[in-house]
Design a protein around this ligand. Structure first.
Ligand SMILES: NC(=O)c1ccc[n+]([C@@H]2O[C@H](COP(=O)([O-])OP(=O)(O)OC[C@H]3O[C@@H](n4cnc5c(N)ncnc54)[C@H](OP(=O)(O)O)[C@@H]3O)[C@@H](O)[C@H]2O)c1
Length: 218
C-alpha cells in the first residue's frame, strides 16, 4: 500500500513510517518543509541499511496524494495542516492518531475537544474524507524499533465501517500487533483520553506500558 504521513517528521509519524515500510508498504513522510522530511528519511535509511525500506520524503501535499493518509501532527495544529489539503483528501481514508492531552504539573490530563475528540474534530473539518481513529496508545519508541515485533493492541473506530476494518487488517498485519474495531467515531473520545492514563503509568512506573485486549476469539 502507498501511505502518506502528514507531520511525519515527529516521533510518532516517523516511527509509524518505519514500521509500515518494514512491513513492505511504500511510505511518504510529509512535512511543511521537504528538507526536514528528507533529513528524517536519510537518517532512517542510514540506520536500517540492511532493510529494503520504501521510505520517501516530501511535502505534506505530496504525502496527501497517497492512497491512505495518516495525520501525525499535534491535535491542536492538525486543522492547520489538513485544511489546505481538503480537496486532495476527498474520498480517502485518513487515520487520526492525535491525542488531546495537556500537561498539568507532572501529570498529563485528557482534554475533551468540543466535538468530543480530536478524530471527530478532524472528521468535521474533512467532511468528504473517511476518518479512522487508530494508534493512540502505541508509543513511538516501540513503533520505531522495527527489529522487534510490537507488543501492543490497537483500538480502531470510524463512522465508515469498511474503511475501519481495512485499517484493522493493515495494523493486525504488523508483527505482534492486534487491532480491533471498537465502533463509530464517537468511541474516539474515551480511546484518546485513555492515553493520558497510560502515559501517567509510564511516568509513575518509569516504563512504557501497552494495551492488550483479551477475551476476543482470534
Ligand atoms: N509520540 C507518541 O509516542 C505518540 C503515540 C501515539 C499517538 N501520538 C499522537 O501523534 C501525534 C504526533 O505526535 P508527535 O509526538 O510525533 O508530535 P510532534 O513531534 O509534536 O509533531 C509532529 C509533527 O507535526 C508537525 N507540526 C507541528 N506543528 C505543526 C503546525 N502548526 N502545523 C502543521 N504541522 C505541524 C511537525 O512536522 P513538520 O515541522 O515537519 O511539518 C512535527 O514534526 C500527536 O497528535 C500525538 O498525540 C503520539
Amino acid at each position: 500500500m502507498n501511505i502518506g504521513i502528514l507531520g511525519g517528521t515527529g516521533p510518532a509519524g516517523s516511527s509509524l513510517a518505519l514500521r509500515l515500510a518494514s512491513a513492505g508498504h511504500s511510505v511518504w513522510i510529509g512535512s511543511r518543509e521537504e528538507s526536514k522530511a528528507s533529513l528524517v528519511v536519510e537518517e532512517a535509511l542510514q540506520r536500517f541499511q540492511e532493510e529494503d525500506l520504501s521510505l520517501f520524503a516530501g511535502t505534506n501535499e505530496r504525502a496527501a496524494e497517497c492512497e491512505l493518509v495518516v495525520v501525525a501532527t499535534p491535535w491542536d495544529t492538525m486543522l492547520k495542516a489538513v485544511e489546505p489539503l481538503k480537496d486532495v483528501l476527498r474520498g480517502k481514508t485518513v487515520i487520526s492518531m492525535a491525542n488531546a492531552l495537556l500537561r498539568v504539573g507532572s501529570e498529563l490530563q485528557a482534554i475533551i475537544p468540543a466535538r468530543g475528540s480530536a478524530a471527530q474534530t478532524l472528521q468535521a473539518a474533512l467532511c468528504d474524507s473517511k476518518i479512522v481513529a487508530a494508534l493512540h496508545h502505541v508509543p513511538a519508541k516501540e513503533l520505531g524499533r522495527i527489529s522487534s515485533p510490537i507488543e501492543a493492541d490497537v483500538l480502531v473506530c470510524s463512522d465508515y465501517e469498511n474503511e475501519g476494518h481495512a485499517v484493522v487488517e493493515l495494523l493486525s498485519s504488523l508483527p505482534g500487533m492486534n487491532s480491533y474495531f471498537a465502533g463509530s467515531l464517537s468511541q474516539a473520545g474515551p480511546i484518546e483520553a485513555m492515553t493520558a492514563v497510560l502515559v501517567n503509568l509510564n511516568i509513575r512506573y518509569k516504563t512504557r506500558v501497552a494495551l492488550r485486549v483479551i477475551g476476543i476469539p482470534k
